[in-house]
Design a binder for this molecule. Sequence first.
Ligand code: MD6
Ligand code: FE
Length: 205
Amino acid sequence: MPSLPEDFRYIAGHLDQDQQEALLADIRQIVRAAPLYTPTMPKTGKPMRVRMTNCGVLGWVTDKERGYRYQALHPVTGKPWPSMPERLISLWRELADYPHDPEACLVNFYGPEAKLGLHQDRDEEDFDAPVLSVSLGDACRFRIGGTDRSDSTASLRLNSGDIVLLAGKSRLAHHGVDRIYPGTSTLLKNGGRINLTLRRVTRPV
Ligand code: MD6
Ligand code: FE
């Protein structure tokens, strides 16, 4: 089994049941104000299998015409994204080892069949800041490789309450979600998996 990239952090079981439920309540409020929508791939317009929304001053979006980017407004409602919950800002301050607060939190929702292809997170201006990810609900098989797409990869199972950080030398590591394991968590009444990724987008002045 290939080893995990240098500076990659995997913190199993960081959030206990109460913390997961509190965070889920925050996310429900965000989704009420900023509904999940189906993003489309640049150029091809192919719909993604993961539904998305955001909170924070900026949100990550993609569509056929304008591709991957960050913007301040929800692409469907045209409204600003809901603000970042205190709970997420605290988590970032606790774990990110970075002196500025996050600007964006991408909320990904996976149904039982959803997956996410191998990719790099490189739409941010500032790669000095890590990307911090929180898993809630059903478990998944997460694949992590290296900075080159052809680098060998390792797989790990992410469970509800686990945290992953792409930091330092692993910041531009390729990663993706191969599959969801339906029925492995009771946190979401109707099943599925939520992944939150907290990011610093702009370079601090
Ligand atoms: C997911 N995660 O876990 C997808 N990106 O559903 C990501 O794409 C990701 O876990 C950047 C940093 C950590 C991640
Ligand atoms: Fe990613």
